[in-house]
Ligand binder design. Structure first.
Ligand SMILES: [Zn+2]
Length: 333
């Protein structure tokens, strides 16, 4: 049993309180590889931003749970080495699908977990969420729960259709589960294909897809019911067109990939939304840089040669999100 405090990590409680009061959101970046971890830490240190490093069940299967936990511990030490005296780094489980998985992560040093019972019947979701909260709070670990279903595919989490969170349920759910934050569904979606072309309109000038707007009226209703309560948005990559274009230019095939426009995320970050999850954008930034590098240097085969520009490209993207979209820069301490 390891407590996250011994690893130099923090939970989300203070971070969220400040984010809501300050009208910004904390970035939650998924990671699976060393290069992603390095890029996240470099970006957070350079911008003096708190950051949530999150691990999905798929990431645990890919990289190994023990390795990821040591990488998070290493992230804290690395941030200090880069000159950040008191880094604010959360290690968070993304989409925990059982009490056992959440417990396992808490026991190995996670400072925050998500229990996602959004696909279960309402009462069942409350029951297991409550169980996770009771266990987590014994160790001062914060818990995110979810109400409403997001469309899209994220590792093992997949749904064909989305169901907006019902504002009339949120008070009952938050009170009975005791959760610290609530992930809601207002039209964001997992993956790089967030919307089908028929859900979108096309920009007459560029021919690019324009996704349907987020349901800010539902968000406003939820904020009215739960004033000051931390709200989380999943599936909030914006799928930058330049990365998609680079991938397609150098042999990739991602037709009509579409994400959430950044101005909508900026608007959400100013509300009670205090955690915004970004995963696909990192995947796209990494893949675009690798494809371009390998196409331009067909004789190179040292992974360091193509992973270096990949890491740089991810770092640039993370800094852009922190400074230009979420507004979490210069918010340490
Ligand atoms: Zn998610």
């Amino acid at each position: 049993m390891v407590n996250y405090k011994d690893l130099g990590l923090v939970n989300t409680r203070e971070m969220f309180k400040k984010a809501i009061a300050g009208g910004y959101a904390i970035p939650a970046f998924n990671f699976n590889t060393m290069e992603q971890m390095q890029a996240i830490v470099q970006a957070a240190v350079e911008t003096k931003s708190p950051v949530i490093m999150q691990v999905s069940k798929g990431a645990r299967n890919y990289a190994n749970a023990t390795i990821l936990r040591y990488m998070a511990e290493g992230a804290v030490a690395y941030a200090k080495e880069l000159g950040c005296e008191k880094p604010e780094i959360v290690l968070h489980l993304d989409h925990g699908d059982s009490f056992e998985l959440c417990k396992d992560c808490i026991d190995m040093g996670f400072s925050s977990v998500m229990y996602d019972g959004s696909s279960l019947p309402y009462e069942e979701n409350i029951k297991i969420s409550r169980q996770v909260v009771e266990y987590a709070h014994k160790y001062d670990v914060t818990v995110e729960c979810e109400l409403g279903v997001l469309a899209g595919v994220e590792d093992e989490v997949a749904s064909e259709v989305s169901h907006y969170t019902k504002p009339e349920e949120v008070i009952d759910f938050a009170t009975r589960t005791g959760c610290d934050s609530l992930a809601i569904s207002i039209g964001t979606s997992h993956g790089a294909y967030k919307f089908k072309p028929e859900q979108c309109t096309r920009d007459p000038k560029t021919g690019k897809l324009v996704p349907p707007p987020l349901a800010f009226d539902v968000l406003a209703e939820i904020e009215k019911k739960l004033p000051g309560f931390p709200i989380v948005l999943h599936g909030s990559s914006s799928v930058p067109q330049e990365e998609v274009d680079t991938i397609n230019q150098y042999g990739g095939k991602l037709p009509d990939a579409v994400g959430i426009p950044e101005e909508q995320l900026r608007k959400a970050a100013k509300s009670a939304v205090c955690k915004i999850n970004i995963d696909s954008d990192s995947r796209l930034a990494m893949t675009a840089a690798i494809r371009k590098y390998l196409a331009e240097h067909p004789d190179h085969f040292d992974p360091r040669q193509y992973l270096k520009p990949a890491r740089e490209n991810m770092k640039k993207m993370y800094i852009h999100k922190i400074v230009d979209v979420l507004g979490s820069d210069n918010k340490l301490g």
